[in-house]
Design a protein around this ligand. Sequence first.
Ligand code: SF4
Length: 281
Amino acid sequence: MNATKPLQYPPLHAESPFELRGNWGQTVPESDVREALATGEMGFLHSFTTGSAVDGPGVRVVAWTTGCQFRCLYCHNPDTWNLDHGIPVTLERATEELRKYRHGLKVMSGGFTLSGGEPLMQDRFAVKLFAAARTMGIHTALDTNGSLGNRLSDAELDTISLVLLDIKCWNPEVHERLTRMEVRPVLDFARRLASRHKPVWLRYVLVPDLTDNPLDIAPLAKFAAELGNVERVDILPFHQLGEFKWKELKLNYKLQGVQPPPPEIIAMAREQFRSQGLNAY
Ligand code: SF4
């Protein structure tokens, strides 16, 4: 008789989200995946990382979800695009993982950030994990591309302390070329967050010849300032740290050889947001 060996998943904790992870979720039957998405009792995670100082205020524990409907040309985590690339993790286990860091996070005025991938591809899991974090008194942040914001009710939004909203580009044409998706739902979500006075940190990846056009940045800066709830803007200079993943996954990487933006271009973009009265870094 063939004895089936239990699957050995990699450790949930990773040194960094730049670790390339495999097709762990493919072992989960489709009906279980459907149930997980409907109930949120199980999620699919690339990893948990600790010690981040850039994914919200203070020191953050970050859970990186898998599944994303965008296909950003500069994505440094393409191994998170497919849901089934993630490690299946029960809500209970994810909550326990978070509980380990509860005291340290409070001491360091930090919190828990759900990133990805696009966390709202697993909206029920996200909502339940945020609720668990809030019950433990942990500050919560959602790092999102914003296009699935309508999956959250107003009450669910209230369990999130801060939204890190990635707006990829103001120009609809460039946005579609860059992500394969429309910018409109992202801007609608930004407006909804503003109407609910939800604190937002806006993130903008600056890529030479793609998102560094001052004519596209100016209207975005004006829009962000008028929202009234954008507490800070982070200009994130493009880098090549994710390139090896595209190669490993045999994906067609179109930004090969593109250099990070020079300091003066970063400063200029930052100044465009600052000139609208925003705190831009
Ligand atoms: S939204 Fe984020 S995870 Fe999704 S493709 Fe873009 S950069 Fe990658």
